[in-house]
Design a protein around this ligand. Structure first.
Ligand code: ZN
Ligand code: ZN
Length: 63
């Protein structure tokens, strides 16, 4: 098995639209798995699957 390297890129937190909130650690930005894509569970609105960031694979949730 070849280990899959995960690449992350910054995305504007959809929960607060970049203003800073609990889910983005008050930075307004979250690191998500690249290429970033909106969470298909909630279409970017925010749900438990995306850690309420609106993005697929937020880094904070993985670590
Ligand atoms: Zn936020
Ligand atoms: Zn979601």
């Amino acid at each position: 098995m070849t280990p899959v390297e995960k690449t992350f890129e910054p995305a504007t937190c959809r929960h607060c639209d970049g203003e800073g909130c609990l889910y983005c650690n008050k930075t307004g930005t979250v690191l998500v798995i690249a290429p970033k894509s909106l969470c298909h569970h909630c279409d970017g609105v925010g749900c438990i699957y995306c850690g309420f960031t609106g993005w697929t694979g937020p880094k904070s949730k993985c670590d």
